[in-house]
Write a protein that binds this ligand. Structure first.
Ligand code: GLN
Length: 188
């Protein structure tokens, strides 16, 4: 199993470190040529969704990756990665637009821009959650299942082979969300 990690900007090194800890091979996607490599799953990392969207287009990577996601390749989007997958984006632009969620950018305001908590994630368990200028999911539709809520706001969801979290599991020592994703890849 081999995971491609979008490495145009943001928290890609941390995701690769978690995968290494789980004895899973990964590589960084930095340009179109990297998409010729074999990979079974994709991680869209946290950072700035607008910057990543712009770079994805400029580098000609948007359409080929969108195609792979549409064909069912498992994808895990954290924070900005959640925004990249959302079909509706409040306060930003739609990028891949493959998942039936409405994302609200910078949803917690300045004061609560960054915080940590512990909450239950369905099918995973009680986990630490780190939020950094995070979005939340204002609503889900279609076949999307809500996997976690914090203070009544949706912070994790899954639709088929697409998994998103508004928080950053790669910034904690708890590897269970990544294990959950790798399980999705294994069964895809
Ligand atoms: N605020 C960022 C965005 O809108 C997301 C923040 C993050 O990924 N930590 O893209």
């Amino acid at each position: 199993m081999r995971i491609g990690v979008l490495a145009l900007q943001g928290a890609f090194a941390e995701h690769c470190a978690v995968l290494r800890k789980l004895d899973t091979e990964s590589f960084e996607i930095r340009q179109k040529r990297d998409l010729e490599q074999d990979f079974d799953g994709l991680i869209l990392v946290g950072g700035e969704s607008t910057v990543m969207g712009k770079l994805l287009r400029e580098l000609d990577c948007m359409d080929p990756l969108k195609q792979r996601i549409r064909e069912g390749m498992p994808v895990f989007g954290t924070c900005a990665g959640l925004i990249l997958l959302a079909k509706q984006v409040e306060g930003g632009l739609v990028q891949f637009g493959t998942m039936d969620i409405a994302a609200r950018r910078n949803a917690y305001g300045r004061q609560l821009g960054s915080f940590e908590t512990t909450a239950q994630m369905q099918e995973v368990g009680e986990i630490p959650m780190v939020f950094i200028r995070a979005p939340y999911i204002a609503s889900v539709s279609g076949n999307t299942r809500v996997l976690a809520e914090v203070d009544g706001k949706i912070v994790a969801a899954r639709e088929g082979n697409q998994l998103v979290t508004a928080f950053h599991p790669e910034l904690t020592d708890d590897t269970r969300v990544h294990e959950y994703f790798l399980d999705m890849v294994k069964h895809a």
